[in-house]
Design a protein around this ligand. Structure first.
Ligand code: SF4
Length: 464
């Protein structure tokens, strides 16, 4: 079976449905029985807590960790992390050749199940099944009652949550800026604003599947040094494709040229390089491949390091009467190498011309990065007009964003968000309330569940 780079939430969903596999055994051949899958953990630490399994007839209770491959335990540095001391079972999709990749804590080896060896159907069939038949567990517990609620209550709650989300994002940027300023040891934090903008734009370019590797890559880049040794698009491509480890063995004229440049740049900057396996390609359309997004990241970094992109964005935000349209224009105007207009990976040509980041990505960057950044900037420089403008755009700006969470939530809440703020409120509701089972602190939950008697069980528990 080809080893696909599957993400852990997909593997978790395969794991939680026992019809997807037959009798399980550890890598040592011991029979594994699952008595309780436990509770999904959305914070740091193992993926499931309070699980109960029997291994060769012996009962264990503790945490279960999910990985794509055996070696991920080591790569994710769990061995010395005390949060993983309670792991009783490591479930991975793929095995590895080497014995020293076997997961361990400081004191013991963790029993491991290689799921791919026990699957009852092909991964493709399981995936189709998951898409076509979402489990009842993915229904909001309030979904049957929400239609009876007053719309104004729901909308006002979403707007409140939307503002909470803006502040949450702004706070992340502010904290990162403080760290960057202390690292550069200068009062004005030379390039701190540019670096923060780069990091959060890179994160946005990664979507949900590649935001971690994009953030890791951004953390390896020092704008103050890069601007001295990178001058052309080829230089910036060499730096980003080299550092990200996204090169393949393919050699055409472009690949050859930037690999050669990467050798020189790596020597000069003493750069580390990531591995291509850290990037996710599975279940992504080619237009969302990290290789294609990287072309935009490269052009963006060039404008930041060599041009005056940060200053232009602030100037436009303050002065333009059509702010969103003009900022979108700046983001869509980022130039990148021609090679990536006709390729989505090294040596993989596409029939139609490709866009490394289109209208919806630009809007996403405005919502998730530019508006929170302006919030922080206006407070830092005590610019009240800028703060008012930022909030006005956020609360009234048209929203066209769509993603899996928004689709699922909109359908179950039975509404269409009418502004950036409302749409962000929906995401915040999902991430910080529904997924964490905080129904009792949610305005919708307060109204819906007051109809149930205290002893009556809530219909379903989300994500359990
Ligand atoms: S947190 Fe609110 S919206 Fe989410 S499931 Fe609970 S009651 Fe419904």
């Amino acid at each position: 079976m080809k080893k696909l780079n599957l993400n852990e939430s997909f593997i978790s969903r395969i794991w939680m449905n026992p019809s997807n596999y037959g009798e399980l055994r550890t890598t040592e051949g011991k029979v594994v029985e699952v008595l309780s899958y436990g509770k999904p953990n959305f914070d740091s630490g193992a993926d499931f807590s309070d699980s109960i399994v029997k291994i060769d007839g012996v009962l264990y209770s503790g945490d279960i960790e999910i990985h794509c491959s055996v070696k991920d335990w080591k790569i994710h540095k769990h061995t010395k992390n005390r949060k993983y001391n309670k792991v009783i079972l490591n479930v991975v999709m793929w095995g590895d050749e080497s014995d020293d990749a076997m997961p361990k804590t400081a004191r013991r080896t963790i029993p491991t199940v290689i799921l791919s060896e026990f699957l009852s159907r092909s991964i493709h069939e399981i995936w189709k099944d998951l898409i076509n038949n979402p489990a009842p567990a993915f229904l909001l517990p309030c979904s049957r009652e929400i239609g009876n609620l007053d719309r104004a209550t729901v909308k006002s709650w979403l707007n409140e949550l939307g503002m909470e989300r803006l502040k949450y994002r702004a706070e992340r940027i502010k904290r990162r800026l403080e760290t960057l300023k202390s690292e550069t040891q200068s009062a004005d934090g030379k390039f701190a604003w540019e670096t923060a903008l780069m990091e959060f734009v890179f994160e946005a370019l990664g979507f949900s599947k590649n935001k971690e590797p994009f953030l890791k890559l951004a953390g390896m880049l020092d704008i103050s040094k890069i601007r001295l040794c990178c001058k052309t698009h080829d230089d910036f491509d060499a730096l980003l494709y080299g550092c990200s480890g996204l090169f393949t063995g393919h050699r055409d004229a472009y690949a050859y040229r930037i690999k050669s440049k990467w050798n020189l740049i790596q020597e000069e900057l003493k750069s580390e390089a990531m591995d291509r396996s850290e990037w996710n390609f599975f279940r992504l359309r080619p237009v969302n491949f990290p290789t294609l997004r990287m072309a935009y990241a490269s052009g963006f970094l060039m404008e930041l390091a060599k041009g005056d992109l940060f200053r232009r964005l602030v100037f436009c935000f303050k002065n333009s009467p059509e702010t969103v349209k003009d900022i979108t224009g700046i983001l869509l105007g980022i130039e990148y190498s021609d090679y990536w207009k006709t390729h989505y990976d090294f040596g993989k040509e596409s029939k139609a011309e490709k866009t490394a980041a289109g209208q919806s990505r630009a809007e996403d960057i405005i919502t998730n990065v530019v508006l929170p950044l302006m919030h922080v900037y206006s407070r830092e420089f005590r610019d009240d007009d800028l703060l008012v403008k930022t909030k006005r755009i956020y609360m009234n700006g048209d929203d066209n964003s769509d993603n899996v969470i928004l689709k699922m939530m909109k359908k179950q809440l039975g509404l269409r968000p009418s502004s950036i703020c409302e749409s962000q409120g929906v995401i915040h509701l999902h991430n910080f309330y529904c997924s964490k089972e905080r129904c009792s602190e949610c305005r919708i939950g307060e109204k819906v569940f007051e109809r149930f008697s205290v002893s009556e069980a809530i219909p379903e528990t989300i994500y359990s």
